[in-house]
Design a protein around this ligand. Structure first.
Ligand code: FES
Length: 328
């Protein structure tokens, strides 16, 4: 992992919510600018920023505007009624004209060099892929994008994508066309092309399995978003027993009960410890482990890398040894 929103390189600024508009069913697009105008830090496709909402909740969103628009950052937020409140707050609070603290941008989902690209999106997962499609078009590289959603009203940025890519864009409203044929898309994509996918976990699981079992096997680039129907995986709700956490910089020793997360317990002592999704998919809370055996439950670290991982996502991961020591 190269960086996170808590790293010294991630900048924080107060930005004005300049504009909001509906772009699909239950999806609100926000345009953020400096209060008095002026250029914002540059970013590359795949980057995200973290918003501190008026309630204190912090949530990460992919930047989905034009990278050439130096004066504004654009995000799109899908309302998740049964979520933990971040998207509801954004949808139900009159944010236009208000200032929010925004950290970033950080890019954990960058474009890697490749002769061509297959971009697979589920619902709001299209947000990091739209700037990628623009970038690949500008570079003259071959790409194809598949966007699936429950129905046409939920095909986020469909018009922009079709205007950009024409028949390189395949829209799959599932009430009309059924589930996207990911296997066919992958089979039709040369093995040298890079595969990027962003969407709900079942879709990413399917992409992972198809890529691993392909001949030759391929390594997809994945970013997860919670969809409206995507419940928090059981694995994240399951707890292990009580264990101790030692914070190596201060020597503090804390007890993590079976019904609380490492993040919860640490925040009582270190309120500024970075976090965002609290569901193990954004990477903001990634923390170096200096001793002990983490029980990784996130979706940031690839399962194949877990045995050798030197960091953990403290919002969901736990501990398989009696004591865990963290570089905090
Ligand atoms: S806060 Fe998102 S992975 Fe932990």
């Amino acid at each position: 992992m190269s960086s996170d929103l808590g790293s010294p390189g991630a900048t924080t600024q107060r930005l004005l919510v300049r504009q909001a508009r509906w772009i699909a069913h239950d999806v609100l697009e926000l345009r953020l600018t400096r209060p008095t105008g002026g250029a914002l830090p540059a970013w590359e496709p795949g980057a995200h920023v973290e918003l501190a909402l008026p309630s204190g909740l912090r949530r990460a969103y992919s930047l989905c505007g034009e990278v050439t628009d130096t004066e504004a950052w654009t995000i799109a937020v899908h309302r998740v009624p049964e979520g933990r409140g971040g998207s509801r707050e954004i949808h139900e609070t009159a944010l236009v004209g208000r200032e929010l603290e925004v950290r970033g941008p950080v890019n954990r989902f960058p474009l890697v060099p490749a002769p061509g690209y297959l971009l697979l999106a589920g619902g709001i997962g299209v947000t990091p892929l739209l700037p990628m499609a623009r970038e690949l078009t500008a570079r003259g590289l071959p790409w194809r994008l598949l966007l699936g959603a429950r129905d046409r009203s939920r095909l986020v940025y469909a018009e922009e994508l079709v205007a950009l890519g024409g028949d390189r864009v395949l829209l799959v409203p599932q009430d009309e066309a059924g589930l996207p044929d990911l296997a066919a898309e992958l089979a039709a994509t040369p093995s040298t092309h890079a595969v990027y996918a962003c969407g709900p976990q079942p879709m990413l699981d399917a992409v992972t399995t198809l890529c691993r079992t392909a001949a030759p096997a391929r390594s997809p680039h994945l970013e997860r978003f919670i969809a409206a129907t995507d419940a928090i995986p059981d694995q994240l709700n399951a707890t292990s027993g009580e264990f101790e956490v030692v914070l190596s910089r201060s020597g503090l020793r804390l007890t993590v009960p079976a019904d609380r997360t490492v993040l919860d317990v640490i925040r009582e002592k270190l309120p500024d410890v970075p976090y965002s999704c609290e569901e193990g998919y954004c990477g903001t809370c990634e923390t170096p482990v200096t001793a002990g055996v983490p029980d990784h439950r996130d979706t940031v670290i690839d399962p194949s890398e877990r045995p050798t991982a030197t960091t953990m996502m403290i919002c969901v991961s736990r501990c398989d040894s009696p004591v865990l020591e963290l570089d905090l």
